[in-house]
Design a protein around this ligand. Structure first.
Ligand SMILES: [Zn+2]
Length: 90
């Protein structure tokens, strides 16, 4: 017998094998789909710059500054590629 779970939307019992509730069609595994959505919408340009704390050691600050510069260049190149790619698509 298939395992039954309670629908978070309508409260009816429905098969856990289904992706959606057989009563109201609600997504029974929102956590799973949210995770997939996050992975699909992942953009390297959204990576925040490395934070530099005021109380970091001067050497650590220097290293972070270099890494941030590298990140900025990477983001600039990425933006340029996206710009060129979207421009070429027209
Ligand atoms: Zn339901």
């Amino acid at each position: 017998m298939a395992k039954e779970i309670k629908c978070p939307e309508c409260g009816e019992w429905t098969s856990d094998n289904e992706a959606t509730c057989s009563h109201c069609g609600a997504n029974l595994h929102p956590d799973r789909s949210e995770e997939i959505k996050r992975m699909l919408s992942f953009k390297p340009l959204d990576i925040p710059l490395i934070p530099i704390n005021e109380d970091d050691h001067w050497f650590l600050k220097g290293v972070k500054m270099v890494l941030r510069t590298g990140q900025a260049i990477f983001i600039a190149i990425g933006s340029a590629i996206v710009y060129i790619a979207s421009g070429a698509a027209h």
